[in-house]
Design a protein around this ligand. Structure first.
Ligand code: SF4
Length: 317
């Protein structure tokens, strides 16, 4: 680091700082006690520390919801946006500042309802970003309304006799999108698995979509209660190219060898009614990333001016 005109100039090529977890800790988290978001924040801070991500070259983008307070609790750059629009903001950042590492944090209402159109096309564009869906199955910030992932029959303020429709399955949606390149599921109450999944997502080249099952003990404690209290309901998908956490072998004895390059098997596992499957369902790092395919287009000023001239000439008399 050198100084000029009294302002610090950061020289990242020669930056020998070693970051500690305190370098990433922002304001004190104000989520409810017992909220699963606390566990996710801890895993993200651990990831940032272990991967030694430069705080001023890292951006967290969120929309609106309990989980979208995430950027406030990290000492990186952050953009707390508007409902459902985290992905367009992240797309703009990624395209104009490819030197930055971009993470997106969304809730289930944010991502799978108002932001669903952006979600589908972001998966298809496959920018090199990490997208975390913190899925608690409820609108928590606005106090207990049915979201697209609320289980059928679960009572809420908007559907007090129980959610009327079967829930949307975010994994099935993501696996159905052309050019999706990384789809995983993990749970905040299994922090070792959560961390390993986030690390795999970060290291993947392309858009990494991670659905994180997240408890809301205030409004939706029953949503994941059975899976939390009975590990037999959970199956870990294991593969050398996916996520393997030996520390969990004694807790989660149901483990399925799943090749994450097999899209048909991934879709079957996403549809599994018998177990909650955790792991990397699908990955294909060869799928094209929009920011890279876009770069092969003419980019110099003269080339762009020539294209504009040619277009205007079409209208010349
Ligand atoms: Fe977490 Fe639910 Fe509280 Fe929101 S309402 S902070 S999701 S426990």
């Amino acid at each position: 680091m050198t100084m000029s005109c009294g302002l610090p100039i950061l020289d990242h090529d020669n930056d020998e700082r070693e970051y500690e977890i305190s370098d990433y800790e922002g304001a004190r988290a104000r989520w409810c006690p017992g909220c699963g978001d606390h566990s996710i924040l801890a895993s993200v801070q651990k990831l940032l520390t272990n991967e030694q991500l430069v705080p001023e070259q890292t951006v967290f983008v969120s929309g609106i919801g309990c989980s979208s307070r995430f950027p406030h609790y990290l000492k990186t750059y952050g953009f707390h946006g508007i409902h459902g629009r985290a992905l367009p903001v992240a797309t703009g950042i990624r395209l104009h500042r490819p030197d930055l590492t971009v993470f997106v944090v969304m809730g289930d209402g944010d991502c799978t309802s108002i932001g669903a159109g952006h979600w589908i096309h972001a998966l298809r564009y496959n920018l090199d970003i990490v997208v975390m869906l913190l899925d608690n199955g409820i609108y928590g910030l606005t106090k207990n309304q049915t979201s697209p992932t609320t289980p059928q029959g679960f009572p809420t303020n908007t559907q007090p006799h129980g959610s009327l429709l079967p829930p949307l399955n975010p994994l099935q949606v993501a696996l159905g999108v052309t050019n999706a390149s990384f789809v995983a599921q993990t749970a905040e109450w299994a922090p070792a698995h959560l961390y390993a999944t986030l690390r795999a997502a970060y290291r993947h080249h392309g858009l990494s979509f991670v659905r994180i099952l997240q408890r809301c003990p205030i409004y939706a404690s029953a949503v994941y209660q059975k899976a939390v209290s009975d590990p037999a309901r959970i199956a870990l998908l294991v593969h050398d190219d996916g996520v393997v956490v030996p520390d969990l072998n004694k807790i989660y004895t149901t483990q399925l060898l799943h090749d994450p390059h097999d899209i048909d098997a991934a879709r079957r596992l996403a549809d599994d009614a018998d177990h909650t499957n955790l792991g990397v369902f699908f990955l294909d790092p060869s799928r094209p990333c929009y920011e890279e395919t876009r770069r092969v287009q003419p980019r110099t000023v003269n080339e762009r001016l020539a294209l504009i001239d040619a277009e205007l000439d079409r209208y010349a008399v």
